[in-house]
Design a protein around this ligand. Structure first.
Ligand code: 5GP
Ligand code: MN
Length: 351
């Protein structure tokens, strides 16, 4: 396996772990498989090292991650503010996983930023902007979980990683690579997969639980969205799904129910990017995915106050769903310059 990490950073990591007892692991708002996998994976490692770790997350993780070992240990700030506050204030080290700037933690940001404990950043997003004493920022990595694995292996903690920790790390690897279909051309990813499976992580079970399993109403909501709400903009090789509150209510929407929906229209041959807009209580949540290195992150940055990865990004819009949709449609043409020079044929037949 290629050695990417700086030996002196790894040495500093080991020193910081050695000299700390109460260690907080934290991640971004709307935590996904990589955010929870990396924090809870490190939690398991630190437990086996005899530390007192705690995972503190900004808001409730999706139902699909409840199968993770010791998921119930996760402290959710929106649910248990005083408890989370005490944990953070009494901590002597904070490890920030899977986000690059304080605002990605939303209302949890002031508590984490105001804490006296030193911070370590472990992340794979471009342009880190955090005040940390140690930074592992590798945007080329498939996932933060891949990076955490490399840090564990490079720090000599590999033998302390147990089956539970390996399960968490493999979950992030699977979700951020969409089951090993994107960002996984580095053969090292498969070496890491093998090592995590040797530790006892069950790839099939993880995919079953956190990628495939859904509720009946979620399946119906996603089917409705594809059947009734998919708009195609052939000249831009783009497509859009919007779901308003009334539609979400009709299918008893619960957090996580639209997970994966944005990927579906990208399966149409010749489609380059897909956008999904959902009317949440406080904003319009935007999700975007693309192929052929189309920089969908630029759309999220420029139009929806967001960002993320080149081909998987998101953002938020303050205003109505109709306005959000109009903003996108108005600007689609601005991004034609990033479409591939030789365009694949778009295979659609519409009535
Ligand atoms: P998702 O579409 O699954 O919510 O997010 C995909 C990726 O986009 C995330 O892993 C994260 O990197 C990024 N992302 C999602 N929402 C936001 C946002 O509101 N702001 C920023 N900066 N990035 C986001
Ligand atoms: Mn990630």
């Amino acid at each position: 396996m290629e050695k990417y990490l700086n030996p002196s950073s790894l040495k500093q990591f080991v020193q910081l772990i050695d000299q700390s007892e109460r260690i907080i692991l934290t991640c971004h708002v709307h935590p996904d498989g990589d955010a929870i996998g990396s924090t809870l994976g490190l939690w398991h490692l630190l437990k086996s090292l005899g530390k007192q770790p705690a995972v503190v997350v900004p808001d409730v993780p999706p139902r699909s991650l409840r199968f993770l070992p010791d998921f119930n240990e996760i402290a959710v700030y929106t649910r248990h503010d005083p408890y989370c506050t005490r944990l953070v204030e009494e901590s002597d080290l904070i490890i920030c996983c899977d986000f690059n700037k304080p605002s990605r933690q939303d209302h949890l940001a002031p508590l984490i930023q105001g804490a006296k404990a030193p911070k370590i950043l472990i992340d794979h997003h471009e342009g880190p902007d955090m005040d940390c004493i140690l930074e592992f920022s590798y945007p080329k990595m498939s996932s933060t979980c891949e990076l955490v694995f490399r840090i564990i292996a490079g720090s000599g903690f590999y033998c302390d990683l147990n089956r539970s920790g390996a399960t968490c790390l493999l979950t992030g690897l699977i979700t951020d690579t969409q089951n090993f279909t994107v960002n996984c051309n580095n053969p090292d990813v498969y070496e890491i997969l093998t090592k995590l499976m040797e530790k006892g992580a069950e790839k099939g079970k993880i995919i079953e639980e956190c990628v495939k399993a859904c509720s009946y109403s979620s399946l119906r909501l996603k089917s409705y969205a594809i059947c009734e709400k998919l708009e195609i903009f052939p000249e831009h090789r783009a497509c859009l799904i919007t779901l308003g509150k009334d539609e979400l209510d009709k299918f008893q929407y619960e957090k996580g129910d639209t997970e994966g929906l944005v990927n579906e229209p990208l399966n149409i041959r010749g489609m380059i990017y897909s956008i999904f807009m959902r009317e949440d209580p406080d904003c319009i949540k935007v999700s975007a995915r693309s192929k052929n290195n189309f920089p969908v992150s630029k759309i999220c940055e420029n139009l929806f106050n967001g960002g993320g990865h080149l081909q998987a990004s998101g953002g938020e819009f303050k205003g109505s769903l109709a306005e959000c949709r109009s903003v996108l449609i108005e600007h689609l043409g601005d991004y034609d310059q990033y479409l591939p020079k030789r365009m694949p044929k778009l295979e659609i037949k519409t009535e």
